[in-house]
Design a protein around this ligand. Structure first.
Ligand code: ATP
Length: 218
């Protein structure tokens, strides 16, 4: 059975979650205190209702605990965000993802039992800063504090080398896990094939080692 979602707060963040899930044929209950916001989602979400999420009875009568995952996307109003999370937890919702506005907000949400706390503005800022520092980073995924998967754009310098020349495992303690060329992803690149300028190289390993690889080869 497909997962069922409820999204509380239909601002830019919550709204885009509703749009994405609905476009991918998931059932979504969209909730906001603002009537106008709710009316914008009438034709997008499976259900859209005007409810104050701090109203425990109202959430209960919506059967919120039966949803597989509830996303709390209330930003500015800390009280509402925290109280809603507490209510959801008390009603027995298993998966609660909450948008945090600050590090203190994040800590409180973790303490009161949010399953996942997201901080989209901070994370996007960090992502963009990382891309600004290095011209070669197309995208990345943090795996832990120290390890990531980095998507690096091949420069003139690395072009014409192949995976055997680079020998990243021995030289940098890294692994190249894929190469994307002309929008085609190749997860088992041929070791003897030369890289081309503009190829996206997916490399996994310690951040310091990735940095060393970038400095020397790009
Ligand atoms: P975004 O950045 O996603 O646009 P934001 O961080 O600026 O949002 P707000 O605009 O403050 O956050 O809140 C998002 C939505 O949450 C708004 O549409 C607001 O009406 C709704 N909201 C606020 N309080 C409640 C509440 N108690 N119950 C339900 N919805 C609420």
């Amino acid at each position: 059975m497909k997962k069922e979602f409820a999204v509380i707060g239909l601002g830019r963040f919550g709204g885009s979650i509703v749009q994405y899930l609905s476009a991918h044929d998931y059932d979504v209950l969209a909730i906001d205190i603002d009537e106008e916001r709710v009316s914008q989602f009438m034709n997008i979400a499976s259900y859209a209702v005007v409810v104050d999420a701090m109203d425990e009875l109202a959430l209960k009568s919506l059967g919120i605990r039966n949803f597989d995952h509830v996303i709390v996307a209330i930003g500015e109003n800390l009280n509402a965000s925290i109280l809603t999370t507490i209510i959801l937890k008390e009603l027995g919702v298993k998966n609660i993802t909450v948008k945090a506005q600050s590090i203190y907000h994040e800590k409180i949400l973790q303490k009161i039992g949010a399953t996942q706390v997201v901080h989209p503005e901070r994370d996007m800022g960090k992502r963009i800063a990382k891309q600004l520092i290095s011209n070669n980073v197309f995208d990345y995924l943090d795996l832990s504090e120290e390890y990531s998967i980095m998507e690096l754009i091949a420069t003139d310098k690395i072009a014409n080398k192949n995976l055997i020349d680079l020998n990243v495992r021995a030289n940098y303690d890294l692994n190249i896990i894929g190469i994307k060329r002309d929008n085609q992803m190749n997860v088992s690149p041929i070791p003897t094939e030369k890289l081309r300028k503009g190829d996206l190289i997916f490399v996994i390993g310690h951040n310091d080692k990735i940095e060393a690889f970038q400095k020397r080869e790009f």
